[in-house]
Design a protein around this ligand. Structure first.
Ligand code: SR1
Ligand code: MG
Length: 429
């Protein structure tokens, strides 16, 4: 990691980026050939940053630079550059805990808020693959390993109380990114907010009903409180299918700039929500009945396995050796203690499941009524069809949030999703 004098930040566009990379000996050697011949392309399609792919005669790299504002909105919405620091910190920790499941870090400049990473090729953003109805056979195994290991090993089950508190402190400064989540996910979709949008006019009535639904307001507020006041583990913080790159056989988790210590269900729920949204969006895309059935079947199976495999791997790590200060071994000695602890592990997992489906619901509703939407729905050209898919997703999400007790197992979730597959919602016009 390198850092220049504070205040030397500048946005590196193509020529300046080329000069900068050429000034870092390792990167110059990795790229190879003359810098003038390097191909530099800005490919960022996220909401916050610049992302460049740079290719030289020998190799390529990906370069991410934080902008001092929200790219999606513009300079009117400033955002601290420090998010690049937290992203770098999180990537480094995730690389230790889940090797091979995040891009390799090659270089970081704190002042420029710039990180150079391994170029992931031929990986694509998973969301784009899902819009094309592609199935990813290794995804479930990889993402559940990533979540189980990063969440377990950063929790009180694995860390001493002192280590855990130091770790919380290391990410506590990332509060501006948390505030985005607190507003855009847990607050704005449920009130009139300038930046909200939805598929109008078809969802006008549904948007209004969300603003008037006090049971939903209580449920989302309880989730918001958990998000703000539950530092259980180091979260990726934005684990949607746009933060995952895939091939047929590989998975890489990218973009942890929202990383902080929060409730584990927020990450697991993000993955489930994005799979469920791909499921509901499927009806709106041009697909043959056979393609639709195959893709939707795969997605719902993935939903079930993401939860069951995550829970199994997490509990296995706990059984294999919990060195943390929570659940001290001295309190669970002998056969009686072992048996009671095992029952407690199931209770812990059940509580985590309830959190997970609540957060999944919150993640769904924000993509339909809030500022930042996703291409699963947005690429459905016919707004009426899009609204039908979105309304089905919202119906499930509301039930998951308000009637959480009715969802005891992940099959309850996929069963409810199946029942809504052809449900005809009442649209505003
Ligand atoms: C203003 S940022 C909007 C969204 O983009 C990111 O991907 C996060 O999901 C954030 O909520
Ligand atoms: Mg992102």
């Amino acid at each position: 990691m390198t850092g220049d004098r504070a205040g030397d930040y500048r946005i590196l566009h193509e020529a300046a980026l080329r000069d900068y990379l050429a000034s870092v000996a390792d990167l110059k050697a990795l790229l190879g050939g003359g810098p003038a011949a390097w191909g530099v392309t800005e490919v960022g399609d996220g909401n916050l940053n610049l992302v460049f792919i740079v290719k030289g005669a020998r190799g390529g790299v990906a370069v991410k630079q934080a902008l001092p504002y929200v790219r999606l909105v513009g300079e009117s919405w400033p955002l601290p550059l420090s998010r690049a620091h937290y992203e770098y910190l999180a990537l480094a920790r995730q690389a230790q805990l889940a090797p091979g499941l995040v891009p390799a870090l090659l270089h970081h400049n704190e002042t420029l808020a710039l990180t150079v990473m391994e170029l992931l090729e031929p990986h694509i953003i998973m969301r784009k693959g899902m819009v094309a109805a592609t199935q990813y056979p290794h995804f479930v195994d990889d993402i559940t390993t990533f979540m189980a290991r990063t969440l377990f090993f950063t929790s009180d089950l694995a860390l001493s109380a002192a280590e855990k508190k130091e770790a919380i402190a290391a990410f506590a400064g990332n509060h501006a990114l948390c505030k985005i989540t607190e507003d855009l996910i847990f607050t704005d979709p449920y009130r009139i907010a300038e930046q909200n949008r939805w598929t109008a006019p078809y969802l006008d009535g549904l948007a209004a009903s969300l603003r008037d639904d006090m049971e939903l307001h209580v449920a989302i507020s309880r989730l918001k409180l958990k998000f703000m006041a539950g530092p259980e583990a180091l979260l990726h913080g934005d684990l949607h299918t746009g933060s995952i790159m895939v091939t047929d056989s590989q998975t890489r988790v990218i973009d942890p700039e929202f990383a902080f210590y929060g409730p584990m269900g927020f990450d697991v729920g993000a993955v489930l929500a994005n799979l469920l949204m791909a499921y509901f969006a499927s009806a709106g895309h041009e697909r043959t009945p056979g393609e639709r059935q195959a893709f939707e079947g795969w997605v719902l199976e993935a939903v079930e396995k993401v939860w069951s495999e995550f829970a199994r791997k997490f509990v296995d790590l706990w059984r294999a050796g919990a060195a943390g200060d929570a659940y001290p071994a001295s309190l669970f000695a002998g056969d009686k203690g072992a048996a009671r602890l095992e029952t407690e592990r199931q209770a812990y997992t059940q509580r985590l499941f309830t959190d997970t489906i609540g957060f999944a619901a919150a993640k769904t509703i924000r993509r339909i009524f809030g500022l930042a939407h996703n291409i699963d729905f947005e690429l459905i050209e016919d707004p009426r069809k899009r609204a039908i898919s979105e309304a089905r997703a919202v119906r499930l999400a509301r039930a998951m949030m308000v009637e959480a007790a009715a969802f005891r197992t992940i099959s309850d979730v996929t069963g409810a999703a199946r029942k809504l597959r052809d449900w005809p919602p009442e649209l505003t016009s």
